[in-house]
Ligand binder design. Structure first.
Ligand SMILES: [Zn+2]
Length: 295
C-alpha cells in the first residue's frame, strides 16, 4: 500500500509540477530538501517545508473514486455505531427520493448516493466521502419548505461533487508521505494515523473556498432538478431564527458550515443570474406530509 502511495505521490508531484513554473520550483525545493535531509534534518524543518507544500495542494485530490468509496464505507461503519438512524420508511423514503432527484441533476452522477436520516439532536447535515449524506431529523423539522431542505441536501452533494473531504485528506496525507520518507513508518502506523484523522472529523473542516463552491453547486443542482433555489437564501434566515431561540441547536452545524453574510450575498447573486424557468416548485405534498409526521 505504501509503495502504491509513493508511486502516487510521484504522480501527484508531477501533476503539480506541470501546472506552473512557480509550483515546479517549490516541488524541486521540496525534493532537494528530501534528498539532502535523510537522517540529518529535524522533523520540524520537514514539517515547515510540508506546510508550504500544503498551501499549493489545497485543491488536489490524489484518491481514485474507488478509494474514496472505500474510505467512505469504512467511515460509515464506524460512524453508524455512534448515531441512531431514524427508520420510519415514509420519512426515509421521501428523503431518499428527494436526494436521488438532486443527485441525478448533480455534476457527479457516476457514483451511487445514499441518504439517511439521523435522530441526533440539533440541526445538522453532512456528507461522507463516497456519496453518503446524513440529514438530522431536527433539520427537516426546521426547514420551512421543500426548497429549503433541497438547498441543504444540494449543498452537501456539492461537497461530494467537489471531493472536498478527499482534497482535505490529500493535504494531510501529503505531509505524512513526506514524514514517512524520513521516519520510515510502517503501514500499520500509517493506516492508524489516517483512521485518527477520520475519527477527529478533520475532513469536515471545509475551507471558505470549498463552502463557497458547495453553495454554487447546490444552488445550480436544486434549480436543475426543478426546485426553487430560493430555499438557499431563506434557509439562512431560518437558521437565524433558530439561533435566536435555541443557539445550542446550531452548534454542530455552524462549526462545519459557518454562515458569513458573504455566503448569503453570493447565493442571492447566483440566483439572480439564473435564467428564468417556469414551474420551479417550492413545496410538495410529500414534504408537508412528513413534516406533520415528525412534528
Ligand atoms: Zn458545507
Amino acid at each position: 500500500m505504501i509503495a502504491k502511495h509513493f508511486a502516487r505521490s510521484n504522480l501527484f508531484i508531477k501533476s503539480i509540477c506541470s501546472s506552473t513554473v512557480q509550483k515546479c520550483a517549490l516541488t524541486v525545493g521540496v525534493s532537494v530538501i528530501l534528498s539532502l535531509c535523510i537522517g540529518c534534518v529535524s522533523l520540524n524543518t520537514l514539517e515547515n517545508a510540508g506546510n508550504s507544500f500544503i498551501k499549493e495542494v489545497g485543491d488536489i485530490n490524489i484518491f481514485t473514486d474507488a478509494e474514496e468509496l472505500q474510505f467512505g464505507r469504512e467511515y460509515v461503519v464506524q460512524h453508524e455505531k455512534q448515531v441512531r438512524l431514524y427508520r420510519d420508511p415514509v420519512v426515509t423514503g421521501y428523503i431518499n427520493d428527494l436526494g436521488q432527484l438532486l443527485a441525478r441533476h448533480s455534476k457527479r452522477k457516476d457514483i451511487p448516493y445514499i441518504f439517511k436520516v439521523v435522530e441526533t439532536k440539533g440541526i445538522n447535515a453532512y456528507a461522507i466521502p463516497g456519496g453518503f449524506i446524513y440529514i438530522h431529523l431536527d433539520l427537516i423539522r426546521a426547514a420551512k419548505n421543500e426548497s429549503e431542505l433541497a438547498a441543504v441536501i444540494g449543498h452537501e452533494i456539492g461537497h461530494i461533487v467537489g471531493q472536498h473531504s478527499m482534497k482535505r485528506l490529500t493535504q494531510i496525507y501529503s505531509v505524512e508521505i513526506l514524514k514517512q520518507l524520513i521516519l520510515d513508518e510502517d503501514s500499520g502506523k500509517f493506516k492508524k494515523l489516517v483512521a485518527d484523522i477520520l475519527a477527529a472529523g478533520l475532513l469536515f473542516r471545509y475551507s471558505r473556498d470549498h463552502e463557497r463552491e458547495s453553495d454554487v453547486y447546490g444552488v445550480r443542482n436544486v434549480y436543475d432538478a426543478g426546485i426553487s433555489p430560493e430555499g438557499a437564501v431563506t434557509f439562512f434566515e431560518t437558521l437565524r431564527t433558530v439561533q435566536k431561540r435555541e443557539p445550542s441547536a446550531l452548534e454542530k452545524f455552524l462549526s462545519t458550515h459557518p454562515v458569513p453574510s458573504e455566503r448569503v450575498l453570493n447565493v442571492r447573486t447566483q440566483i439572480a443570474g439564473l435564467p428564468l424557468k417556469a414551474g420551479l416548485r417550492t413545496n410538495s405534498a410529500r414534504f408537508q406530509q412528513i413534516k406533520r409526521r415528525i412534528r
